[in-house]
Design a protein around this ligand. Structure first.
Ligand SMILES: NC(=O)c1ccc[n+]([C@@H]2O[C@H](COP(=O)([O-])OP(=O)(O)OC[C@H]3O[C@@H](n4cnc5c(N)ncnc54)[C@H](OP(=O)(O)O)[C@@H]3O)[C@@H](O)[C@H]2O)c1
Length: 266
């Protein structure tokens, strides 16, 4: 019998790499995507050596339809048991002065690529009566901050889309879950210009290891959760922030951003 296969987008580093390690450990064959060739090839080699996994690497720019189609073409005919839509990147600029092309890429990676990939794997999962789709959203859905408008919006789409899909797929045997991580130690923040030295716990600002995010996500999946917010501090913070009247919230976030990230933040 052929091994079960997990597809993970953006497995070069961070949360995607942690999912890849965990599913390889569980005996899955893997299809992983990324753009930094050397790094993802090294990751694939590690998964083969450490877990004996069969790993296919697809180099794919997921903000472009050709990149998404490349992934779809490569997995055609394979029984995909798990799809993790993890690839994504952040922004760190006021929308009014942002490069619109970059904002469009951000939205495409988080919105269109998951839509296309899920649509491609669902027929196989439904025929088999089994499958899992995990979409990596973000705590920024609940905690909207300046310089993040498109990112928060795109992640909110992914969360709502997941909940809608859950309803559409009820009773089919296919599970869907959105994960909304808080600050996580990955390459994400460095890519948007945050120095590693600033990626530390401060007061209510707490960071998590990607492996922990994955551990909690998979536990929540087994519990049948549709939305996973990893970590009690993230859960508590998102809950408390949502109790504040919206106008007070906006003022609080404006002041908080100015204090913590400098005047240029807003
Ligand atoms: N880190 C956090 O605090 C945090 C919090 C909430 C949610 N998230 C979400 O978690 C997911 C994983 O991010 P991470 O934190 O693990 O960051 P990461 O270490 O930078 O990993 C991001 C992955 O996505 C891939 N990727 C980015 N843009 C892409 C594009 N346009 N086309 C194709 N692949 C692309 C990257 O590929 P290459 O590196 O090879 O280019 C990399 O493999 C993202 O969706 C992110 O929004 C992160």
């Amino acid at each position: 019998m052929k091994n079960k296969t997990a597809v993970i987008t953006g497995a070069t580093s961070g949360i995607g790499a942690a999912f890849a390690c965990e599913f390889a450990r569980q005996g899955y064959d893997l299809v992983i995507t990324g753009r930094r060739k050397e790094k993802i090839e090294a990751m694939a080699e590690r998964l083969r050596q450490e877990y004996g996994a069969d790993v296919d690497v697809i180099m794919a720019e997921l903000s472009e339809m050709e990149g998404v189609q490349n992934v779809i073409d490569n997995i055609k005919g394979r029984q995909i048991e798990i799809l993790v839509n993890n690839a994504g990147f952040g922004a760190n600029s006021l929308y009014q002065i942002s490069d619109l092309a970059v904002m469009e890429q951000l939205a495409k990676v988080n919105v269109l690529a998951p839509m296309e990939l899920i649509h491609a794997v669902l027929p196989g999962m439904l025929e088999y009566g089994k499958g899992t789709v995990i979409n990596i959203s973000s705590e920024s859905v609940y905690m909207i901050v300046p310089k993040n408008a498109v990112y928060s919006g795109a992640k909110a789409f992914l969360k709502s889309f997941t909940e809608g899909l859950y309803l559409d797929l009820m009773g089919t045997g296919v599970r869907v879950m959105a994960v909304c991580p808080g600050l996580t130690h990955t390459d994400f923040h460095e890519k948007i210009g945050m120095d590693k030295s600033r990626q530390t716990d401060r007061g209510q600002i707490k960071w998590m290891a990607p492996e922990k995010v994955v551990e909690i996500a998979l536990k929540d999946l087994e519990r049948g959760k549709v939305i996973c917010i990893p970590g009690s501090h993230t859960k508590m913070l998102t809950h408390l922030l949502n109790l504040i009247p919206r106008k007070s919230y906006y003022q609080f976030m404006y002041n908080f951003s100015r204090k913590n990230f400098g005047k240029k933040a807003v």
